[in-house]
Write a protein that binds this ligand. Structure first.
Ligand code: SF4
Length: 320
């Protein structure tokens, strides 16, 4: 018989970001998405033109966003929506989410961040970006802002495996992510890394090795996503031509993989997400009979079934 008493993380069995922020801020923290009109170097030609093969920004952009509005207007509209959905929330961060939000002229970046921070309800910023778009001048400025505000830097690592990064036309390698994370953390910035599980070019063992590689880095939190094929993306078209190029995870395989991954992750790492959900109208595959809200409890149940938890199989290692 298994019990939850052995788990240092209680019934959830992993180090959940939601629990940590409730302790830190005394309540829920909600991110309010804004679209500042940035683009991405993997789309505008600097690095590439077709984008990462899995990407369609519309699949993770909230419906309330209107990029023709000012940042202040977008935050106001987002607050109206989120206050209805999550009544009682006291803490908000402006979330620069779409595309690459540190890619642009420095003065423009500064103006966007300052406008968001001037909103009376915003306690800080969450800024999503690529690791190859973090020059020292931007990191220095974010570190300065972090002295007075919450600044969460979300870096799209996506994979720790260079073969997978090449297969999805990411346009940077894992060493680039390591360098950006280390330079950000050296300035005291809190880094959240994004990782996509199940990319073409990955194997079960390469993804589990990723848990160890990320655990060796100064990362505060991790957002895990499972690969889903979004209509109109190059990867979806590749799969339609030849389904053997992508191995899609069914519900049980995904739960088992994420449990394996979490077992190998440092117990210090916060998990901000253990999966994601593309809107059904945009998703081509895989078809699951499981909603995102059901995924996290099922991962906890799987860890409980194993009498295991985050870090139970973690071996500290340094980067090669
Ligand atoms: S995932 Fe990010 S970096 Fe890749 S194409 Fe989309 S916006 Fe650009």
């Amino acid at each position: 018989m298994t019990t939850s008493t052995a788990s240092p993380f209680g019934e959830r069995r992993y180090n959940a970001w939601n629990d940590a922020v409730k302790i830190r801020y005394g309540g829920r923290v909600q991110k309010v998405s804004v679209d500042a009109g940035f683009t991405c170097p993997n789309r505008d030609g600097l690095v590439g033109t077709g984008g990462c093969t899995f990407c369609n920004n519309a699949s993770f952009t909230p419906g309330y966003l209107n990029r023709r509005q000012s940042i202040t207007e977008q935050l106001d509209a987002g607050l109206v929506f989120l206050r209805k959905r999550y009544p009682g929330t006291q803490h908000y961060l402006a979330y620069f989410q779409s595309y690459t939000n540190t890619y642009g002229e420095f003065e423009r970046l500064r103006a966007c961040y300052q406008e968001a921070l001037a909103h009376p309800d915003m306690g800080g910023l969450a800024i999503s970006t690529r690791p190859d778009c973090l020059p020292d001048v931007v990191l220095d400025y974010l570190a300065e802002l972090a002295k007075a505000h919450t600044i969460e830097l979300e870096i799209g690592v996506e994979s720790c495996n260079d073969e997978a990064l090449q297969r999805i036309h990411r346009g940077h390698d894992f060493a680039c992510s390591v360098d950006a994370i280390q330079r950000a953390a050296a300035r005291g910035l809190e880094v959240t890394a994004h990782l996509m599980l199940g990319l073409p070019g990955e194997s079960h063992s390469s993804m589990l090795e990723g848990a160890s590689l990320l655990s060796a880095l100064p990362i505060k939190a991790l957002k895990l996503h499972q690969l889903q094929l979004v209509r109109g993306t190059p990867l979806a078209r590749e799969w339609q031509r030849d389904p053997s190029v992508v191995t899609l995870l069914d519900e049980q395989a995904c739960i088992s993989l994420i449990a394996d991954f979490i077992e190998r992750l440092s117990p210090q790492m916060l998990l901000q997400r253990v999966g994601s959900e593309v809107p059904p109208s945009q998703k081509l595959a895989p078809h699951w009979n499981l909603r995102l809200s059901e995924l996290a409890p099922m991962i906890s149940s799987e860890l409980e079934r194993r009498n295991s938890w985050q870090g139970a199989r973690h071996l500290s290692q340094s980067l090669p």
